[in-house]
Design a protein around this ligand. Structure first.
Ligand code: GLC
Length: 439
């Protein structure tokens, strides 16, 4: 059997396979990417106009939870604070928070309540980078990187004070909202702090700056069941490929590690009004399947509008995925990589003694599955539970005018209908004789 990895203290994570990322904050008003403050080098005082106009009157996290659930997602991860430093909760450690905006209310309590009510796991994203905090040293990843006085300003900045702030805020997040299942920190750059346009090179930031070991110890104490990602510059519970699909299982040293790809709908994490680069729904479905076939999760992002709604385009994408998940979820939840090598354009996932062949391309009639002859008891299309005929084409058999040639010994051949089922990715469910045969 292919080696599988799980998180011992949180088996739900690899079982869930599919979650929703939510990037939401002041940048949602700018509506042109969550890095807008950095990209346009907007000073803190100017950026404040978004703070002064933050009033998400349509915010209803029950709607978010419903959208996630209908898409087949099992957990949701919301930006408690992004790089711009704005806090969605009523932190005692800053004034730069939702409760001081025109909206005037804490956004996290209704969020965690809505998720729990919907049976979804509760996740927080938290940026360790902070372009607003007066003690966060300016570097090449900072909105103020080209300030000619950066060096002088940094002289007066106290990294230890920022570290205390970071730890204090994480303590609030993990103490005041009940059980939190998931934490995504973002991000470290220990070796390279980037450059300003004038050529100034900045030192990076990593574990020493964040006090990562102590932070992690505190997290484990406050929330023993939580899963934490790997962006504190120390190992976490899982690794986080971003905006790419790994070519196979992910390893750290020579050990397989749990992983979760985070992906956008259109290349931007925050709401990006004029961006039309949406991934087609069938591509999204294939990304989910591809990840699970390699032992990974998919955390798919939405960037709600400044009024608090998931916009229509994102909603449509989620609904399309949900329609596929409605009939195919059992090839995803709790499924893992298979030790068998699939033919091209097919991805296998396995759960117990069932093997799922996901057909990215629909062949004409015959699909040859190496190594599976004699191992499969029954085969059916998953979308309608209709039987799929199986045969073994004797090795050495010559091709005739109307009969296909034999296949390599051990190959199982499926005979598929000519008509491709009208689902985004058809799946053949193969009932294996015996789980032990997966070895
Ligand atoms: C990045 C970006 C960011 C986004 C995140 C999601 O590192 O800085 O804007 O929040 O990845 O993984």
């Amino acid at each position: 059997m292919a080696d599988q990895v799980h998180i011992d203290h949180a088996p739900w994570f690899t079982e869930a396979r599919f979650g929703m990322f939510v990037h939401w904050g002041l940048y949602s008003l700018a509506a042109r990417h969550e890095w807008v403050m950095f990209r346009e080098e907007i000073p803190v005082d100017t950026y404040r106009r978004y703070f002064e106009h933050f009033d998400p009157d349509l915010y209803d996290p029950k709607e978010w939870a419903a959208a996630a659930k209908n898409a087949g997602m099992k957990y949701v991860v919301l930006t408690t604070k992004h790089h711009d430093g704005f806090c969605l909760w009523d932190s005692a450690l800053t004034d730069y928070k939702a409760t001081n905006t025109p909206y005037g209310k804490d956004l996290l309590t209704p969020y965690v309540e809505a998720l729990r009510e919907a049976g979804l796991k509760v996740g927080f994203y938290h940026s360790v980078i902070d372009w607003h905090h007066p003690d966060f040293a300016i570097d090449g990843n900072h909105a103020d990187r080209n300030n000619p006085d950066a060096d002088a300003i940094n002289e007066g900045r106290d990294g230890a004070r920022y570290r205390d702030y970071l730890h204090g805020q994480v303590r609030e997040l993990l103490s005041n909202y009940g059980q939190i299942d998931y934490l995504f920190f973002d991000f470290s750059y220990p070796n390279e702090g980037g450059t300003a346009s004038a050529g100034t090179r900045f030192p990076g930031k990593g574990r020493a700056d964040w006090g990562s070991e102590e932070l992690m110890a505190m997290i484990r104490e406050l929330q023993p069941g939580i899963v934490v990602n790997d962006r504190l510059d120390i190992p976490g519970d899982f690794v986080t490929p971003e905006q790419y699909q790994p070519a196979g299982a992910m390893v750290s040293g020579d050990k397989l590690v749990p992983w979760e790809a985070c992906q956008t709908l259109n290349g931007s994490w925050g709401y990006d009004r004029d961006n039309l680069d949406y991934k087609a729904p069938d591509l999204l479905v294939r990304m989910l399947i591809d990840g699970v076939s390699k032992g990974g999760n998919l955390l798919l992002n939405v960037g709600p509008t400044a009024r608090g709604e998931i916009d229509a385009r994102a909603k449509d994408s989620l609904a399309d995925m949900g329609e596929w998940m409605r009939v195919h979820a059992r090839s995803i939840y709790g499924a893992e990589a298979s030790a068998y090598t699939p033919p091209s354009d097919v991805r296998y996932t396995r759960r117990g003694n069932r093997l799922y062949a996901h057909l990215f391309a629909w062949p004409f009639q015959f699909l040859h599955l190496p190594g599976l002859a004699g191992k499969v008891r029954y085969a059916q299309l998953l979308n309608d539970a209709s039987e799929v005929a199986m045969m073994v084409l004797a090795e050495g058999q010559e091709a005739g005018h109307m009969t296909p040639a034999g296949q390599e010994a051990g190959t199982l051949t499926l005979k598929l209908p000519v008509q491709r089922p009208t689902v985004m990715v058809p799946v053949v469910e193969l009932f294996l004789n015996d789980e032990s045969e997966l070895a």
